[in-house]
Design a protein around this ligand. Structure first.
Ligand code: ADP
Length: 253
């Protein structure tokens, strides 16, 4: 069940408090998260970095409600993610969360346009409205001319643009991206990073997991993780960081 928490939990895009997660493994339990606190104000673009196995994906999955923490609470836009039924969680996810993975997860039997329109159709919009928004998103992401193609014919970079367009279909509060450049070459990766930067300039709140410092540089703030904990945050030298990072508040974009 969820309940009203402190006013701060109502205002930020994401509030995670005291989040712990242990996986039962064959030999010994794996303490993937050992007490994580993280606040992402609306409009902020945070890159989460750290060595492989430090818990980044686990944290993202918990924020998305794909898995549940053992302890702690997670609020997205004031709504508690933890302790909900599957149906209720699916509704919250549709309303607030867009998620992009390393390996695209596209539906190859559908066109590019249908892939992007699908989440909005599932959320109850008419096909016409969903496809109209999908066209706008494809345009925004620079792949409008691929609307009628199937994902299989796209390059890796185009597939990731498509995956991002689909993640934005329901205007999510929070865009989560788990190593979105991991399957791309460095040039393709930087294009995606630049694109995320532009979405952020347009007001999108983003939580990006990456091990690539060049990609992380597109974010406003870099948060380092190690051994299931958050170490400390540093502002990047991106222009947006200097504009908004020092105040610690939302960018107002
Ligand atoms: P990162 O994303 O930083 O590479 P992960 O969050 O994927 O790290 O993993 C954190 C730790 O939890 C690792 O030791 C990983 O092996 C372990 N882990 C992740 N998911 C599972 C799972 N489903 N079952 C068992 N162990 C897991």
């Amino acid at each position: 069940m969820y309940m009203t928490d402190t006013p701060k939990d109502q205002v930020d895009a994401l509030t995670a408090r005291g989040v712990r997660k242990t996986y039962e493994a064959e030999n010994a339990p794996v303490r993937a998260l050992r007490g994580v606190d993280l606040v992402v104000p609306h409009g902020e673009f945070i890159a989460l970095m750290g060595p492989s196995g430090c818990g980044k994906s686990t944290l993202l999955n918990l924020v998305a409600g794909l898995d549940t923490p053992d302890e702690g609470s997670i609020f997205v836009s004031g709504e508690e993610v933890t302790g909900r039924s599957e149906d209720d969680l699916a509704r919250l996810r549709r309303r607030h969360i867009g998620i992009v993975f390393q390996f695209f997860n596209l539906l190859d039997g559908m066109t590019v346009l249908e892939n992007v329109a699908l989440p909005a159709v599932i959320a109850g919009r008419s096909r016409r409205a969903a496809e109209s928004r999908a066209r706008d998103l494809l345009d925004l992401l620079g792949i409008a001319e691929k609307a009628g193609a199937v994902p299989g014919v796209l390059s890796g970079g185009q597939r990731q643009r498509l995956a991002i367009a689909r993640a934005l279909a329901n205007e999510p509060t929070l865009l989560l991206a788990d190593e979105p450049t991991g399957a791309l070459d460095s040039e393709g990766g930087l294009e995606i990073a630049e694109l995320l930067g532009r979405l952020h300039e347009g007001g999108q709140t983003i939580l990006l997991v990456t091990h690539d410092a060049g990609v992380a540089a597109s974010a406003q703030r870099i948060v380092q993780m190690q051994d299931g904990r958050i170490l400390g945050a540093a502002a990047t030298d991106s222009p947006l960081a200097t504009a908004a990072g020092s105040s610690g508040g939302p960018s107002g974009a």
